[in-house]
Design a binder for this molecule. Sequence first.
Ligand SMILES: [Zn+2]
Length: 338
Amino acid sequence: MSNRYSRQQLFRPIGEKGQEMLKQKHVLIVGVGALGSASAEALARAGVGKLTLVDRDYVEWSNLQRQQLYTEQDAEEKLPKAIAAQNRLQAINSSIEVKGYVFDAFSEPFAELLKDVDVILDATDNFDVRYLINDLSQKYCIPWIYGSCVGSYGATYTIFPGKTPCLRCLQKVITNTGLTCDTVGIISPAVQITAAYQVAEALKILVGDEEALRKTYLFFDVWKNQHYEIDVEKMQNEDCPSCGMHPTFPFLSYESQTKLEVLCGRDAVQIRPASPVAYSLDELSKRLKTFGKVQKNPFLISCQMENVRVVIFKDGRVMIHGIQEIEKAKSIYYRLLG
Ligand SMILES: [Zn+2]
């Protein structure tokens, strides 16, 4: 046990002092899919004292090719990623604190998780959540590290409130291409490289070596052997609603707006009730048996109907797989739960 971190401590910029600092730090990882799995594992092994994980999804077979924390059994049981990841990380390092939360970043309790967070890692797959993180980061003055990858390429940028432009300032550089892993696929090296850059930046922040932070927006394609960095230091906009002189944090009031959303490229619709609902999964499973084949674990119920699969989470969120039309989703929702 005593020399667990010896090689990391030998690395001068961290040293014994840095290692002690890592033990006191708290990292919030938003999304534990591919990027989140990779960065959470690296940070757990590095000895970061507290990791908080937030993810709304559960493990599926198509995740196993690149989401390194998960096993076939997790996919078989449809275990929520936040829970499966927590279990795995705790087995990797029992001396740190790991807590997984199964909800959407737009759910109310999300902002409460930010208390004493030192850095936020973006491991999500959508821009709405990134703009939410961006506003929260500015409001509470917590640095965050943007990361995205699809196909064979990835991109990352470190946002430090008061010191760098924010995501919104970089709208022209960091655009939503609309491409997703479900439409153009993804290979794991693209994930590993993006996560590696994010973790390196996180470690620099956690040990207080801000001088070493990369100031550029970085983009690479590991298949086409490309690597670009864009200097964005001068792109901060004084009128930016997130980081400008008079911020309004537009995404912090966004919460009440999205109740039904088509999940990006996933052939699924998510429905989030306007106010939190707490279902008794036992009662619900009895009821759903009349509609299709029901599978249940302590966190969710899945009901396989003829053409769609409906997954109901304990917090009231419902995912309907197999359709993209909101109206159809609504009618299924009310038929099953209304
Ligand atoms: Zn800004």
